[in-house]
Design a protein around this ligand. Structure first.
Ligand SMILES: [Zn+2]
Ligand SMILES: [Zn+2]
Length: 165
């Protein structure tokens, strides 16, 4: 995820390709180790280096509903600008002129966090866990009687039953 721009003269672009692991902040929703692959171009325009490309991140989630672990690929486009010079523009990432290396790790991290789904489900019709015994209902039924009726609705149900008789 490091791009050496030593020989990238003003007005020129070069193709870049990278892959590797990055570490996200701790969370209950996803696992912090993420494998990332990306490619794009980097262009030098008067000392401002623009990276434009696409990144695919393989994120391991815990299902919101049944807690099972599953992998999902998150793909996004990136356009980030880097400069060696201090600037007031907080959209621009600074990098050191000492080694002429732009590191994409921080911008990628930020982009992954922005692109994470609000809710992570192992499948659209995840059945969740049995609320009595905790069994994962996607693996089959556990036999518990889950038709427990909330007492607040019992009155209403009586009305409904009387009507039917
Ligand atoms: Zn699930
Ligand atoms: Zn059960």
């Amino acid at each position: 995820m490091n791009i050496n721009v030593d020989s990238l003269n003003n007005g020129f672009s070069k193709d870049v390709e990278f892959n590797g692991n990055i570490t996200l902040p701790e969370s209950l929703v996803y696992h912090k180790d993420v494998y990332v692959q990306g490619k794009g171009t980097i262009t030098n325009s008067y000392g401002k280096y623009t990276f434009k490309g696409n990144v695919v991140a393989k994120v391991t989630f815990n299902c919101n509903c049944c807690l099972k672990q599953f992998d999902e690929e998150i793909s996004f486009n990136m356009l980030e600008v880097f400069s060696k010079d201090m600037t007031d523009d907080d959209e621009i990432w600074l990098f050191s002129s000492k080694d002429n290396i732009i590191t994409l790790e921080e911008p990628i991290k930020t982009n992954i966090l922005l692109n994470l789904p609000m809710k992570s489900l192992c499948s659209e019709n995840c059945k969740g866990l049995c609320r009595i015994c905790g069994h994962n209902l996607n693996d089959g039924d556990c036999g518990c009687d889950r038709d427990f009726i909330d007492p607040r609705f019992e009155k209403f149900l009586h009305l409904f039953n009387n009507k039917e008789v």
